[in-house]
Design a protein around this ligand. Structure first.
Ligand code: TRP
Length: 435
């Protein structure tokens, strides 16, 4: 079985250089490895938790989709989709919600941080906390478990969520699996690359610190301007520079070959000016990013092409999700109503397979009846009666009283039939009569 790798990006903004280096690029490279099946998606249901601006949600998911495609994701190899195109995910979320303990959700970092912030501000503990935020880890567990991902590349801050996904998977397997494991237990994969790139001021690159270098936004000009704002010390050209702990050097490393890294450090120690160093950094980044930017712009000019790609991705994802969800529904008891087995299989068959009484009049003018087995052999033969009514009454009595009426009845065993066969035939008729 190939290794399934899955990750999602929440669609509340545009991606910056740190997201590219930390998530998009390593995921695309990993997706080219043989024996790996990749699932990458826009976590747009997650975006709704943090953002109630529809235009922003719409723009962000388009931009992020275009970014993955422009960066070279091969959608023939990787399954690439929007979370909200997979209705099986919210359905699974509910099944998981019902086996997740509230206490465990109370301990989720994101929720706890919001509670702490509220308390620190003197507010009610749950002020402005939606159920979406509270249940966020369960939706994320559904994202992962729906596709039985083995590995989930994420940043450190997401590791707890993967652990929660393992827990809920185990609980579900245990409760409903009867020895069958519905879910693979996923592992978080925290690569050094996932450690976010430093931003302009040396802290990790993040919108909330306002220190980001844009990826495509604003084109080459914005990239150049941002690089110019990377904080350095005030050493002049010609003075040896300290390369250790320099944000500029770390960002350069993210795009350089090992040889380029060594050469860049040597030049800085030999007095390369910061202005010149920034020019080199721009050139290096733009060599990689520039061609992607053109593809990005071409894609953004044709949202319908991105839509088409994502529809194809959703179809591939649902082909995996739907059969698993069908099994899960079955396992928890959400099943189709079926005709009861006994009624379904026996009614038509037993009609033809029942013994039968036949009444008739012979050429002697008298009335008779006989009991035939299901296979047509005659088991009992009556004497002749002068009236049809009398014959009919005996038939009725044998049908309702069965074997016990036999000794009194004016009947004889037919040739080749046994008393046991006659008794059994009568018992079958009584059973059919009373059902
Ligand atoms: N919560 C993740 C983040 O904010 C995004 C995400 C949603 C995700 N679902 C996922 C990541 C499933 C990995 C797997 O970064």
């Amino acid at each position: 079985m190939p290794q399934r790798v899955l990750t999602g990006i929440t669609t509340t903004g545009t991606l910056h250089l740190g997201n590219y280096v930390g998530a998009v690029r390593p995921c695309i490279i990993a997706s080219r490895e043989p024996g790996v099946e990749s699932f990458f998606f826009m976590a747009d249901y997650h975006a709704l938790i943090k953002c109630d601006d529809p235009e922003r949600i719409e723009r962000s998911r388009l931009q992020i989709a275009a970014t993955w495609l422009a960066a070279g994701l091969d959608t023939e190899r990787a399954v690439f989709y929007r979370q909200s195109d997979i209705p099986e995910i919210p359905e699974l979320t509910w099944l998981l919600t019902c086996v997740t303990s509230k206490g465990q959700m109370n301990r989720a970092h994101a929720y706890k941080a919001s509670v702490d912030a509220n308390l620190a501000a003197g507010e009610d503990a749950d002020a402005n906390i939606s159920m979406g935020l509270y249940s966020y880890p369960i939706l994320m567990a559904a994202d992962i478990l729906m596709f039985n991902a083995h590995r989930v590349p994420v940043g450190k801050d997401q590791v707890q969520h993967i652990e929660m996904a393992r827990d809920v998977a185990q609980r579900f397997n245990h409760l409903f699996g009867r020895g069958h494991e519905f879910f693979v237990l996923p592992e978080a994969q925290v690569d050094a690359e996932m450690e976010l790139l430093p931003g302009l001021d040396g802290r990790k690159m993040s919108k909330s610190y306002d220190n980001v270098i844009p990826l495509f936004d604003g084109g080459a000009t914005a990239l150049r301007e941002a690089i110019a704002r990377i904080v350095t010390d005030s050493r002049l050209p010609g003075e040896p520079k300290e390369t250790e702990g320099s944000a500029l050097v770390t960002i350069h490393d993210a795009f350089a070959t090992p040889a380029q890294r060594v050469a860049f450090r040597d030049e800085l120690r030999a007095g390369l000016g910061w202005g010149e160093a920034k020019q080199r950094l721009f050139d290096l980044i733009d060599t990689e990013i520039g061609p992607m930017r053109s593809r990005y712009e071409a894609l953004m000019a044709h949202p319908e092409r991105i839509e088409q790609t994502l529809q194809e991705g959703a179809a591939k994802a649902r082909a995996v999700a739907a059969p698993l969800l069908a099994q899960l529904r079955e396992a928890v008891g959400l099943r189709r109503f079926q005709p009861l087995k006994a009624v379904a299989s026996e009614t038509p068959k037993s009609r033809s397979a029942l013994p039968v009484f036949k009444q008739y009049r012979e050429s002697d003018g008298r009335f008779y009846f006989k009991l035939n087995a299901a296979d047509g052999r005659t088991l009992l033969q009556s004497q002749g009666f002068s009236g049809g009514r009398e014959a009919g009454e005996w038939v009725k009595r044998l049908k309702t009283e069965g074997e016990s009426a036999l000794p009194h009845a004016p009947v004889a065993l037919a040739d080749g039939a046994t008393a046991a066969e006659a008794a059994e035939a009568l018992a079958m008729l009584r059973a059919a009569e009373s059902s």
